[in-house]
Design a binder for this molecule. Structure first.
Ligand SMILES: Cc1ncc(COP(=O)(O)O)c(C=O)c1O
Length: 496
């Protein structure tokens, strides 16, 4: 029999004597269980952000790692009033199971959110999920058999990688530049796959303020992507947690709207515009797909939390949700600006980064001889954290990049955090330059700065720098988990 973990029970009662206490798994335990694991567990990967959460929860650590919205901005009095109303007026229903698809009232709130971005879904096409993350999982559960091809962006949302791995998908990645996924590269990949009689099960994209790169897909590419999906009868999954968090510029049409909901499945969430703690997201899909998704969700959790659906209903009934988002936008814009200023001040000349018009992240690329997973260990000693770029790839690329979050820390913390990361990078750069006798670079030669060739920070890759070969396993053919598109493109430090 599997022994229970130790410790006292709630209320202080001692566990029965027959239950042994054990604090750590031993080698023999691992052997005992190993033969029971499903084959798919071998392909499961841990989420980089989840791994970091324990460390970054320490109060002395400045975390630029998570994708945390600033929940302290939500007024506690409003929260208390809404929950009190639920307790007084709808206690029995709010504590009960609900329909698998979600309440009609929740779908009305979802429709309001989607209308704010120019979409108008049929409520029948909407299912309320336990966060956007579950929506990704349900789509994968519905569509992917082991070995099926999934196409994602390079880099892609680090939390999607473990989902696709756990369904044993073969994930191929198409590079992203300042205008989002390169659709011409996608088409070339689709041609190569078609020649091998392979049809990807889905193309996963975060077209607006992408996590992790911070870039948005241009209007032309959006149009072309939808055309490609229709021409080739392929499903695109548009994951859009950040569309309403725009700090400058004007919005592009969502893929879902451009397509009309036939070939584009849409994932939304309340996590970044209200609260991730309520775990409420949604998926829009055409009826044949929805039917299977509902069955998949029944098996997973029967229904999404009724209590938090009631909370959302109360909150939207107050009619101030757009004002709250407008307030968030002001706060995050200032934090983004603080991060961009700090990057300019503290990152060495050899670094480049994206300049997001919205969302929660900057993506920075360092010289190819720096491995950001190693760098993270050094940064943590300085009590600062980021997500290493490799988490956003399935094939070991991204080793010199990092994702930096600006929503979860205040401006002083952001500046201090970037100063500390900048210091550990600078130490690495100086060490490398001393060892290799490379003359120090000046900030005027920052990669991607106006007048310089894009990609210059990666020039070492092309010229065969052995250290870059170490961190970049190199171009891969279709047999490997890559488009074979070559090295990672550093983002232009665009002032546009
Ligand atoms: C692109 C993307 N999709 C999905 C999620 C998961 O969000 P949720 O909290 O709704 O599960 C996130 C969270 O950061 C995300 O960035």
């Amino acid at each position: 029999m599997v022994e229970q973990p130790s410790s006292k029970r709630p209320g202080g009662a001692e566990p029965p004597a027959a239950i042994h206490r054990r604090s750590h798994a031993r080698a023999r335990d691992l052997e005992r269980y190993a033969g029971l694991f499903a084959a798919r567990t071998r392909a499961m990967r841990s989420s980089a952000m989840r791994d970091l959460m324990e460390i970054t929860a320490r109060p002395e650590v400045i975390s630029l790692a998570g994708g945390l919205p600033d929940t302290s901005t939500f007024p506690p009095q409003s929260f208390a009033a809404q929950m009190t109303r639920i307790a007084q007026e709808s206690s029995a229903q709010a504590l009960q199971y609900g329909p698998t698809e979600g309440f009609a009232e929740t779908k009305r709130c979802i429709r309001e959110v989607m209308r704010a971005e120019g979409m108008d879904p049929d409520p029948e096409d909407v299912i309320v999920t336990t966060g956007g993350q579950q929506a990704i999982d349900l789509v994968a559960k519905t569509l992917i058999d082991p070995g099926d091809v999934v196409i994602a962006e390079a880099p892609t949302y680090p939390g999607a990688v473990p989902v696709f791995s756990s369904y044993e998908a073969r994930t191929l990645q198409v590079e992203v530049d300042e205008d989002g996924m390169r659709i011409s590269e996608l088409e070339a990949l689709l041609d190569r796959l078609a020649a091998d009689r392979l049809r990807p099960k889905l193309i996963y994209s975060v077209p607006s303020f992408q996590n992790p790169a911070g870039v948005s897909m241009s209007a032309d590419r959006r149009r072309r992507l939808v055309e490609v999906a229709r021409e080739r009868e392929l499903l695109v999954v548009e994951d859009n947690p950040y569309g309403l968090l725009r700090y400058e510029g004007s919005a592009e049409q969502p893929l879902y709207e451009l397509d009309g909901g036939d070939y584009v499945l849409y994932i939304g969430t309340f996590s970044k515009i209200l609260s991730p703690g309520i775990r409420l997201g949604w998926l829009c899909a055409p009826p044949p797909v929805m039917e299977k998704v509902v069955l998949g969700k029944q098996a997973t959790d029967l229904c999404t939390s009724t209590l938090t659906q009631y909370f959302v209903r109360e909150y939207f009934a107050e009619g101030r949700w757009l004002t709250y988002i407008a307030d968030l936008r002001e706060i995050y814009r200032a934090r983004r600006d603080a991060m961009l200023d700090a990057l300019e001040s503290f990152f060495p000349a050899q670094a480049s980064w994206s300049r997001p018009e919205g969302g929660l992240f900057c993506w920075a690329t360092l010289p190819s001889y720096i491995d950001t997973t190693d760098l993270l260990a050094k940064a943590l000693r300085e009590n600062v954290a980021f997500v290493p770029g490799a988490a956003a790839f399935v094939d070991g690329r991204g080793g010199s990049s990092m994702r930096l979050n600006f929503s979860g820390s205040n401006e002083d913390q952001i500046r201090e955090g970037i100063r500390r990361i900048g210091r550990v990078i600078t130490e690495q750069v100086e060490l490398y330059e001393r060892i290799t006798n490379v003359p120090p670079a000046s900030s005027a030669s920052r990669p991607g700065a106006a007048g310089l060739r894009e990609g210059s920070s990666q020039a070492a890759t092309a010229t065969g720098d052995p250290s870059s070969a170490r961190i970049r396993p190199g171009a891969a053919g279709l047999g490997e988990a890559s488009t074979g598109g070559g090295s990672v493109v550093p983002f232009r430090r665009s002032d546009a």
